[in-house]
Design a protein around this ligand. Structure first.
Ligand code: NDP
Length: 356
């Protein structure tokens, strides 16, 4: 087995890269296990490396990125092979802020600039019962570490309907940015399920491609922020259906999704609606199953921070940062902030125990 790492960071969203930048600059020589980019399971459930921001179009609220010439920034900051594909493809720049994948590549590069080492694998198993801790990756490699920062984030939820599962990748998706531009969605009706900011963001994006977007909201109110609500209501191609739930996805092997059955949950009435796509935007589940009960979790399966204003978990020297522990703020900037906190907590732990 290779030598024992001082700090290993699991996960590669904003929390993971912020932790990497800080631990690298503290000379802790961090190793980031960023996730397996090739796994079909990761693709389907939205847990590819670089986190949820890699699935987001315009990030308008990450401080420091007003609208501007991000393409020029990317070209000067990143080596060519790391530039998001649309730089090379000459795709339009965002109107506001920065694209999620651009922001993530910039953070990754910043961590690399300070010597962060990166392994593109999934961690399948951890042993936190004794130090050094042992992490096992999907190919069986074992990594030992004196401290661990978990920043594995959260992933999109599905409703769990058998018909939804049957048509995943053939019209059913939880990521408009990944799949929305596919030919099957063009000039056809599209369904989006959810009433939060994500649902409205997805509906707005999909309205560029589809003939119309039906936004299914199970209550008679949105959960989304006011500015996003207004965007949905102002978009003539978005048709908000209140008190409406997805009852069944219809389709066949040949064409994939061809329609849906929608149910009004006030009247019970079920109607059929032709469409070629169904996008779920109904919240998230934290990526904690690989922990297999070794850290204390909340009722919703998020890692429990055990001390106010610290990133400590129930195991000393294991720290948690970002959406894997935060079901409340769930923002890129708060994830990055807690990644920084976890790095400082790890550094202080290692110093206190004479490891640095
Ligand atoms: P939210 O948890 O905010 O919203 C989830 C939505 O899905 C709610 O409307 C909820 O309905 C609905 N829902 C949940 N389960 C079901 C179900 N089984 N059937 C039907 N509907 C269901 O998640 P989001 O992903 O939208 O947002 C997460 C966080 O990210 C938020 O803090 C948000 O502000 C932020 N965000 C910000 C963006 C931006 O600023 N541009 C863009 C995207 C996200 P109900 O209300 O009835 O519970």
């Amino acid at each position: 087995m290779a030598s024992v790492e001082k700090v290993v960071i699991i996960g590669s969203g904003p929390a993971g890269w912020a932790a990497a930048i800080y631990t690298a600059r503290a000379n802790l020589n961090p190793l980031v296990i960023e996730g397996d980019p090739i796994s079909e399971k990761n693709r389907q459930q939205g847990t590819l490396p670089l986190g949820q921001l890699n699935l987001t179009l315009e990030v308008e609220n990450y401080p420091g990125y007003p609208s501007g010439h991000t393409r020029e920034l990317l070209k000067s900051a990143l080596p060519e092979e790391s530039q998001p594909y649309w730089v090379a493809a000459n795709k339009p720049q965002p109107n506001h802020g920065i694209n999620g994948p651009e922001l993530m590549e910039l953070m990754r590069q910043q961590a690399k600039n300070f010597g962060t080492r990166i392994v593109s694998k999934d961690v399948l198993k951890v042993d936190f019962s004794k130090q050094p801790f042992t992490l096992t990756t999907h190919d069986g490699e074992k990594v030992q570490a004196l401290s661990v920062i978990i920043a594995t984030g959260a992933r999109a939820n599905y409703l769990g309907l058998p018909s939804e599962d049957a048509f995943k990748n053939r019209g059913v998706s939880a990521c408009a940015v990944c799949d929305g531009a596919l030919p099957r969605f063009r000039n056809n009706p599209i369904i989006v399920v959810g009433g939060g900011d994500s649902a409205i963001e997805e509906a707005n994006y999909l309205a560029k491609f589809g003939s119309k977007v039906l936004l299914l909201v199970r209550k008679d109110t949105f959960r989304a922020s006011k500015i996003m609500q207004q965007r949905a209501l102002d978009n003539p191609k978005i048709d908000v259906r209140w008190n409406t739930e997805l009852h069944e996805v219809l389709g066949n092997d040949d064409k994939g999704v061809t329609g849906v059955k929608l149910q009004n949950n006030k009247t019970g009435e079920i109607v059929e609606q032709p469409c070629t796509g169904v996008f779920l935007a109904i919240g998230h589940t934290p990526n904690t199953s690989f922990l297999d009960g070794q850290l204390k979790l909340t009722d919703k399966k998020y890692i429990q921070w055990t001390t106010p204003a610290r990133t400590y978990t129930s195991v000393e020297a294991v720290f948690a940062a970002g959406d894997v522990a935060d079901d409340y703020y769930r923002q890129a900037i708060t994830a990055a902030g807690s990644g920084c906190m976890a790095a400082l907590d790890a550094e202080r732990y290692l110093a206190h125990h004479g490891h640095v």
